[in-house]
Design a protein around this ligand. Structure first.
Ligand SMILES: [Cu+2]
Length: 494
């Protein structure tokens, strides 16, 4: 082994000397230089019958050409790669028929949606190959940008990478009244930032050998936006709303524009902020979403730039530009972003609020790795608690995602978070050595027997065990996990 390493180092040294380190792969592996159009996922078709909106999703395998010489095998929803954008109105019942036409079992989780635990699509709702799963619920939450992806225990990272990712947008009248840019695909566009399938990132055999020495088996992910790399978006309006989603497996992203221009953050994961906040860059850990509005002059050009840091807190050796925005000479007037976006009540925390502690370290939470059959926490329906999350690791990045709820970030190491990060989130970064306190409002509806997940959304960690389960039970019922069972233990078959 040592001899092989020496030989490979020699090989690497030769390449470094001749080609300049890191620059020769894998960015040339995947298509173009800002000439191909940015793909905008289609809006999923649906039928509306007596206030039930029904979608049909077909999970399938296929082949996708990422612009290099060969096509690679990919998975998609209603297509070969990625999925259509689901769109529902607050107050509608949604019914989603998810047909698993893959050769493997999977699940489909509605990340950010306040669905009943039994409909949540977590590890307890597997969809066997060849089967259809049809969850339904009343959509009772604010306008917001959410997403859907598989959550099969131990397999989330791999299945997300294959392409099972789509956006899930909730609309409501209050948001519509603001007249924000909202013409889908024209001035309101999903920006799904995600990893290309491993087959693309791996590159050729020589690159693979070099990588295995330099990066100890950690494949550098090729990052795509809506399935493409270095694509072009032709701007036809004075302002464009970008719905940013970090759907990568393991990268903390900092997004900005190549010319440093300012943009306005208008919404976080759970919907509109109280007021817009002007920034020149914004960070998203895996699973996080922000909506931003960026303005253009006629004949204007800028690029969406990314800086990536992986969960080992190593910054990738690049400052990638992924989408070019190029405006025409005659831009539609989109009006300006209102100075007030929503009326969010200031948060009051009663001193009697129950506090639960979650210590994250390595791939465990409170020293325990995920056990499908173990209930970790029990909360009362309609209650509010403080969840205190600590990252005990000295170097590793973690984040914390809670299913079924939105939370307020009370403080990060005792300091107030920036306003855009404070309210209505469902995923938050917990940097090494940091304590983040969340005020979590639990669903009013109990779902005893069916747990919700909480976990690190760096999916490499989640897959190795950094996840736990909580039950929402009727007010007054025992909050002792020992007094409850998971439905699968009671013989439910699903
Ligand atoms: Cu983690």
């Amino acid at each position: 082994m040592a001899k092989i390493r020496v030989a490979l180092f020699a090989l690497v040294a030769t390449f470094v000397a001749s080609a300049g380190i890191f620059t020769f792969w894998p960015s040339n592996e995947v298509g173009s230089s800002f000439t191909e159009r940015l793909n905008v996922p289609l809006e999923a078709s649906s039928t509306l019958e007596s206030s039930t909106r029904t979608f049909d999703l077909d999970l399938q395998s296929g082949e996708t050409d990422f612009g290099s010489a060969r096509s690679v095998s990919t998975w998609g929803i209603n297509g070969a790669y990625l999925g259509p954008t689901l769109r529902v109105n607050k107050g509608e019942e949604v019914l989603i028929n998810v047909a698993n036409n893959l050769a493997e079992d999977t699940t489909m989780h509605w990340h950010g949606l306040h669905a009943p635990a039994e409909m949540d699509g977590g590890p307890h709702q597997p969809i066997a190959s060849g089967k259809v799963w049809s969850p339904g619920w009343l959509v009772d939450q604010r306008a917001s940008t959410n997403w859907y992806h598989p959550h099969l225990h131990g397999e989330s990272a791999a299945q997300v990478k294959m392409g099972l990712v789509g956006m899930f947008i909730v609309d409501d009248p209050a948001e519509a009244e603001l007249r924000l840019p909202s013409t889908y695909g024209v001035d309101d566009i999903p920006v799904i930032i995600h990893d290309a399938p491993d087959e693309v990132s791996r590159g050729n055999a020589v690159q693979e050998a070099i990588r295995s020495v330099l990066q100890r088996g950690r494949p550098p992910a090729v990052t795509l936006v809506n399935g493409g790399r270095e694509t072009l978006f032709e701007v036809t309006s004075q302002a464009v709303r970008l719905r940013l989603l970090n759907a990568t497996i393991d990268d903390h992203l900092t997004v900005s524009f190549s010319d440093g221009r300012e943009f306005k953050v208008i919404a976080s994961e759970g919907g509109l902020l109280p007021k817009p906040e002007a920034l020149t860059s914004i960070s998203l850990s895996p699973g996080e979403r922000y909506e931003v509005v960026v303005e253009f002059e006629p004949n204007d050009v800028t690029r969406l730039s990314l800086v990536k840091t992986n969960s080992d807190n190593q910054e990738a050796d690049n400052d990638e530009e992924l989408v070019e925005f190029r405006s025409s000479d005659d831009l539609a007037d989109t009006g300006s972003v209102p100075t007030t976006l929503s009326n969010t009540e200031p948060v009051e925390v009663p001193s009697s609020t129950r506090v639960r502690n979650f210590d994250m370290s390595d791939v465990a939470i409170n020293g325990m790795e995920m056990d499908m059959m173990r209930i970790d926490q029990v909360v009362a329906a309609g209650s509010t608690e403080i969840w205190s999350i600590r990252n005990l690791d000295r170097r590793t990045l973690h984040n914390f995602h809670v299913h079924g709820v939105s939370f307020t970030v009370l403080d990060i190491d005792g300091r107030e978070p920036p306003a855009y990060m404070a309210t209505q989130k469902d995923t938050v970064l917990v940097p090494p050595g940091t304590e983040v306190n969340l005020l979590v409002e639990f669903p009013n509806v109990s779902n005893d027997g069916w747990p919700y997940m909480f976990h690190c959304h760096f999916l490499r960690h989640e897959g190795r065990g950094m996840m736990g389960q909580y039950l929402v039970v009727n007010e007054g019922a025992s909050l002792d996990p020992e007094d409850h069972m998971i439905s699968t233990m009671a013989g439910h078959n699903h």
